[in-house]
Design a protein around this ligand. Structure first.
Ligand SMILES: Cc1cc2nc3c(=O)[nH]c(=O)nc-3n(C[C@H](O)[C@H](O)[C@H](O)COP(=O)(O)OP(=O)(O)OC[C@H]3O[C@@H](n4cnc5c(N)ncnc54)[C@H](O)[C@@H]3O)c2cc1C
Length: 591
């Protein structure tokens, strides 16, 4: 079967059997999940308060223990001491560790951006020297891209490298900021420009090299346990053999590592979200007001259910793309690519989905922690409560690994670029649809089954997005990228499509795995999700249309959008109550 191209879901019908759903984890995967969970219980949670006091040594010690236990080797291939697990398994581990507050940030930075640039782009000697020791935790890693003048515009950095006269070293000068793990990392991947190059190169820098100066940790809003600091490079002599990849390829390395980071962040925040939902429901099941538990109030049920619905949706999308990555990776390997290159190429390929997961999932977590504080009332504002920490820790996820604004713009921009490159026929399909705009119907057929109906809705949402992409590209041509508000409207629609379709396919696939009674609840999750999503898509579409279309065109487009976002009414009160009641009864997250 042909591998799905990134963004191609917009023009293609997807079969349920082509996606992976979390209900399909095998025993080995669940064992890895349990090991990660046990580690949090025994090593992280008992130390969370001390970590909050910015105890760098304690964080270092816990990280090293996780290395000794093998947790740092989940993504690393066997030849460098790791376990070479599938991407789906890596995501499950990332999800589980994601419930570990600051530890999760430090751990993910080490295992991801701190280790993988060397694993994927390093030569044999570099991997042997560094990756084998990063995998065990003997060495800890950091990734140094951001500078005072180069944040979202990452290629604007001014850190400079010059070859020494004897040709043995690069002399590195410059400054990096906001570097996670800087306080204790032994190894840094540093991005700098050689001489007057326009693009970055990447270097492996040992923190012990003379001239590397790490500032004290920044005082942050959240994730206080993770070390974040500025790093200065004053005439640092970096051996020439520590150039990572080729000269001028650093920006490519930086971007592909960021794609990976974005996808893993999607899984990470999922774990944090589930933990926070458990804290919310357990509090609601203990706290009494007006003589009854607050979990009996409809308003509280609404909040709890909504936390579950959005988390379920993000989860469905996260594991769907994970399998697509595994499939593509395996194809590249069959074609003769080595595993490191196959991994990074497969991950980088799904750039549209990576941006979607990053934005959608981090926004879900922000919603979940915000409502968790609210469910706790005054206690939610107390630093005694875990939800207060979760609320502060969550906020960074919308900022790092590319801000959500940048990633939102990337969703549409990357999809269009890939289509122009010939990956899939976005513009042809859009044009065909637009030519028949007067004949557009909601395609409702009588007697359609539950899943058929839901997938018809997501198919209609896709059509709405194509119509708008067609109209907007015609109106602005190459200038569309400068119409960020319209780009955002269209990206929001694409994100909703990916997430609702992933959830609908998951529920369809689950029908054969679970009993009718249990499925009734998952159907309710999907009902509310799609009902709300249709309204969001309609709103984003109308916002775009009224921003650029002429009166005649606006009339045509709005009529089509109204038709294509028409979904059956849902008793959202009853649906949310049922979802919340299961959560309340379980007093745990068991969806
Ligand atoms: C706790 C923490 C840990 C971090 N860890 C690391 C790390 O380990 N390594 C590392 O290299 N970096 C790290 N970073 C840096 C992080 O990746 C950057 O902060 C982030 O990329 C944003 O850059 P900036 O802070 O310069 O914001 P800016 O780029 O100045 O953005 C400011 C605002 O402008 C918006 N904006 C910018 N450009 C555009 C545009 N073209 N269109 C629309 N809106 C735009 C942004 O979305 C944002 O809202 C970390 C940051 C923090 C806070």
């Amino acid at each position: 079967m042909e591998n799905l191209k990134s963004g191609e879901f917009l023009v293609k019908e997807i079969e349920k059997d082509s996606i992976f759903i979390p209900e399909e984890f095998d025993e080995e995967q669940l064992m890895i999940k349990q090991t990660c969970q046990d580690f949090l219980e025994t090593e992280v949670y008992p130390n969370v308060d001390d970590l909050e006091k910015q105890d760098r040594e304690l964080m270092k010690e816990i990280l090293k223990k996780s290395g000794e236990l093998g947790l740092m080797g989940i993504s690393v291939s066997e030849e460098y001491g790791g376990f070479g697990q599938s991407f789906v398994t890596q995501m499950l581990a990332a999800e589980t560790i994601g419930a570990g507050y600051s530890f999760s940030v430090a751990f993910m930075a080490h295992c991801g951006i701190g280790t993988l640039p060397i694993l994927y782009y390093g030569n044999g000697e570099q991997c042997e020297k560094y990756v084998t020791r990063l995998t065990t935790g003997e060495l800890l890693g950091a990734y140094c891209l951001t500078e005072p003048g180069a944040g979202s515009d990452a290629n604007a950095g001014t850190t400079n490298a010059k070859l020494s006269e004897d040709g043995k070293h690069y002399i590195l000068n410059g400054q990096k900021m906001w570097i996670t793990n800087a306080g204790f990392a032994d190894i840094q991947t540093v991005f700098a420009k050689i001489d007057n190059d326009r693009v970055l190169s990447a270097f492996i820098v040992e923190s012990s090299y003379p001239g590397v100066v790490v500032n004290p940790d920044e005082h942050k809003m959240g994730i206080k346990g993770s070390s974040t600091a500025q790093v200065f490079y004053n005439d640092v002599k970096v051996p020439v053999e520590n150039l990572l990849g080729q000269r001028g390829k650093g920006f490519r390395i930086a971007l592909s590592i960021l794609h990976m980071g974005r996808i893993k962040l999607g899984a990470n925040v999922l774990g944090a979200s589930k933990k926070t939902i458990i804290e919310s429901v357990q509090y609601a099941n203990e706290r009494k007001q007006f003589g009854v538990l607050i979990s009996t109030f409809g308003t509280m049920k609404h909040k709890l259910a909504e936390q579950v619905i959005r988390t379920f949706a993000a989860e469905s999308a996260n594991y769907r793309v994970s399998k697509d990555i595994d499939d593509l990776l395996n194809k590249y390997m069959e074609e003769g690519c080595d595993k490191g290159m196959a991994s990074i190429d497969a991950i980088s390929h799904y750039a549209v989905e990576a941006a979607i997961l990053k934005v959608y999932s981090s926004e879900v977590l922000d919603f979940v922690v915000d409502e968790a504080v609210q469910i706790h009332g005054g206690m939610g504002y107390s630093s005694e409560m875990a939800v207060e920490r979760a609320y502060r820790d969550s906020r960074i996820n919308r900022i790092f690994e590319g801000t959500n604004e940048i990633n939102t713009l990337l969703v549409l921009d990357t999809a269009m670029k890939r289509a122009k490159k010939g990956d899939f026929d976005l513009f042809g399909e859009a044009e065909k649809l637009y030519a028949a705009i007067d004949k557009i119907s909601d395609n409702k057929v009588s007697g359609e089954e539950y899943s058929q109906e839901k997938l018809r809705y997501t198919k209609n949402f896709k059509k709405a997005s194509l119509l708008l992409i067609n109209a907007a590209t015609k109106a602005f041509e190459k200038q569309l990228v400068h119409e960020q508000e319209i780009m955002n409207n269209l990206s929001v629609i694409i994100m909703e499509i990916y997430v609702t379709e992933s959830s609908a396919l998951r529920v369809q696939k689950m029908e054969s795995l679970k009993g009718k009674e249990e499925m009734a609840l998952y159907r309710k999750i999907l009902d509310v999700l799609i009902y709300d999503s249709a309204a969001k898509i309609r709103k984003a579409a109308l916002d775009a249309i009224y921003s650029f279309a002429s009166d005649t065109e606006a009339a045509k487009l709005t009529k089509a959008v109204e038709t294509l976002t028409k979904v059956a009414g849902v008793n959202t009160k009853e649906a949310r109550r049922s979802i919340a009641e299961k959560l309340i009864e379980d007093n745990l997250y068991k969806f």
